[in-house]
Design a protein around this ligand. Structure first.
Ligand SMILES: [Zn+2]
Length: 649
């Protein structure tokens, strides 16, 4: 329940009625709710001696009211405290604001509406800690959400940070050093709040919300920040800037880190603060079921009207989605994920890598797997082992010595690899060696008559690489070059120049364990959506894994996840098909039909029964060649197929 309320609005909390609030929680079927102690405008909603209550707060203890209302109906309250965005502080103590290296402020420009960022190295951190201690002594809550614990890409150059960097021997003129210092500052702040919390309420878990980095640079490595989280919340409102691809990416990474984990969507048509904007019921249903399909708990963001009055329809909207969600959660939460392909992200491996988060190739790889209904997860290389049969190293995975050794052990124990771009080149297990940038972009890929794709010169829109095949490796396609790159000096027609002819440089090269593509093919799929790239990777997967875990005729729009509960396997199917209907927004309005779907799952034991859940309807099935095969009835939007007694393998 968001509640960021301007001081220019009167009568705040005047219509808050704890009975009405509790009734809405009950009608929605919620089991948790959020109480905002302090909002991004910098105002508190309780009688504080440290901060300042909202100047027009008419319900003196809204925080206590919400917590009490929640408790009265058995709903678990979570406390919310803003950190990095604070308008009141930005106004009153501009010297505490984060600064860019040129001295300008970070966040919304002066004179424009929007949030401004406060630095955690200023005395502001002492203020937040005092407020936190006050709240610890005053209220009974089950979890805490510290919001906006973050720095921008440039770090901060305020006077406290400049002095701090000099003290630590860092160079404030170096972007890398500024970021290194900012990441350290964030960790210090989290450590302080955690220590204060642990002293007063050791059983209350804390979460620090910030933009999560799955980035190659060690300082920006997500693994380091996870150490500070006592639970995890993936903030991902698909109709906001996050889009529908953000959640599965995050879920397939953070969902495997052993933390109690929620994901936030919102009841908004767009995102936070969208008063009067309601999400389509089918979209909310999809987003909630999708959380369960990935084994993650659901939170749905709403925003309370400044008066505190309840909008009755919201409870109805949530109740519809939660009614569908509940049986899915009973089946799927706590069930163990099952997957056979991994995507290795280069997080934390390359000290020379830029700090920027660039998950474009990984997201391209993820889409190729989603569209083929291949169960997968993301690895960062900190894992002890990779329990998959095939690992994808998309485009830009730099391997440090430790990860090089892991990749070699993985291959030695029978693991297969698909790599592209610079990933892993140099390892003697690779079918190619030597790498330098290819001078043409786009280049062309020409299959070499080895059964890959078909005879055509396919445009490679993204960067290509010149490598040499190692002895014994098979070249499945070569690079072909255009007449020239499109430049001011020479260009041809509306776009890139046509192909001039083949070269001897491999474009796709394989050995028994590794398939290598000399192009940033995963970035290409994400940026350009050329289905040939996906088909290329799928054909390589077929060669390396001729007996995949899942065989199905599902269309590319269907999403499949697989989980194991006791000795049963649960196949979740979702089919809602977001479509770009607004210029900048993907819309889901209907649960889409899936007709004539056949599913084959490779299982070690013959199942005892196959049912469609949560209805519990028995399905006809066959068992042959190690696959349980089932023909599904018409599915509308969602289905769980349960293979009873087949999960022991
Ligand atoms: Zn600073």
């Amino acid at each position: 329940m968001d509640f960021h309320t301007s001081e220019h609005i009167a009568g705040v909390g005047s219509r808050f009625d704890p009975h009405e609030f509790a009734g809405a929680l009950r009608r929605a079927g919620a089991d948790g709710c959020l109480a905002k102690a302090r909002c991004h405008h910098g105002w508190c909603y309780y009688p504080t001696e440290i901060g300042e209550p909202h100047p027009h707060l008419e319900c003196p203890d809204l925080v206590g009211g919400i917590i009490g209302a929640a408790r009265s109906v058995g709903v678990s309250p979570m406390l919310y405290i803003t950190v990095g965005w604070d308008e009141k502080t930005a106004r009153e103590r501009p010297e505490w604001r984060q600064r860019h290296p040129d001295g300008t402020h970070v966040g919304a420009p002066d004179g424009e509406p929007g949030w401004r960022n406060i630095c955690l190295n200023t005395p502001y951190a002492d203020f937040v800690e005092e407020l936190w201690r006050e709240l610890l002594g005053r209220y009974d809550f089950d979890r805490v959400f510290f919001d906006i614990v973050m720095y921008g890409e440039d770090g901060c150059s305020c006077e406290w940070c400049l002095a701090g960097m000099r003290r630590e021997g860092l160079d404030p003129d170096s972007r890398a050093d500024r970021r290194r210092y900012a990441f350290g500052s964030r960790e210090r702040f989290m450590g302080r709040m955690t220590a204060a919390g642990a002293a007063a309420k050791p059983d209350v878990p804390l979460y620090y919300n910030n933009p999560w980095h799955v980035s190659a640079h060690p300082e920006a490595c997500a693994d380091r920040f996870l150490r500070h989280q006592q639970f995890m919340c993936i903030e991902s409102l698909p109709s906001g800037f996050w889009g529908y691809d953000h959640f599965p990416f995050q879920a397939c990474y953070y969902g495997h880190k052993g933390l109690d984990i929620y994901s936030h969507t919102g009841r908004f048509h767009t995102a936070w603060g969208d008063f009067g904007g309601l999400k389509n019921p089918a979209a909310l249903e999809y987003e909630c079921l999708r959380h369960a399909a990935y084994g993650i708990k659901t939170a749905v963001g709403d925003q309370l009207h400044p008066s505190g009055a309840i909008e009755p329809y919201t409870a109805e909207l949530l109740a519809g989605a939660f009614a569908k969600l509940k049986p899915w959660q009973e089946l799927l939460l706590g069930a163990e994920p099952v997957y056979e392909v991994g995507i290795l992200v280069g997080t934390g491996t390359d000290p020379d890598a830029p700090f920027e988060t660039d998950n474009v190739p990984e997201t391209g790889a993820m889409r190729m797997l989603l569209e083929r209904q291949t169960p997968f997860r993301l690895f960062d290389g900190f894992e002890a082992d990779w329990p998959v049969r095939l690992m994808i190293l998309p485009d830009h995975v730099h391997l440090d010595d430790e990860r090089k050794a892991k990749v070699r052990r993985f291959i030695a124990s029978g693991g297969k690899v698909i790599a592209s771009g610079v990933s892993g080149v140099g390892l003697e297990e690779w079918p190619v060696e030597g790498i330098e940038p290819y001078p043409f972009q786009p280049a062309y890929l020409h299959p070499a008559g080895e059964g890959l794709l078909w005879d055509y010169h396919f445009a490679l829109y993204q960067r290509s690489w010149r490598v040499k095949a190692r002895p014994g490796a098979r070249v499945l396609a070569v690079l072909a070059e255009p007449y020239f790159n499109r430049t001011a000096e020479h260009f041809c027609s509306h776009r890139h120049a046509p192909v001039r002819g083949d070269t001897a440089a491999p474009a796709v090269c394989v050995n028994d364990s590794v398939a290598y593509v000399a192009n940033d093919v995963f970035r290409g799929y994400r940026r350009n959506g050329y289905a040939v790239y996906k088909r290329l990777v799928h054909e390589l997967m077929d060669r390396l894994l001729p007996d995949p875990l899942v065989r199905t005729n599902c269309p590319t729009t269907a999403e499949l996840t697989l989980r194991r509960r006791d000795d049963s396997l649960l196949i979740c199917l979702l089919h809602y098909c977001p479509q770009r209907r607004g210029q900048d927004i993907d819309i889901v309005e209907d649960a889409q039909a899936l007709a004539g779907v056949s599913l084959g799952l490779r299982v070690e034991g013959r199942p005892q029964a196959v049912t469609l859940e949560p209805e519990g309807v028995e399905l006809e099935w066959e068992w042959s060649d190690g696959y349980a095969r089932v023909q599904l009835p018409l599915v509308r939007g969602s289905a769980v197929v349960m293979l009873h007694g087949a999960g022991s393998g």
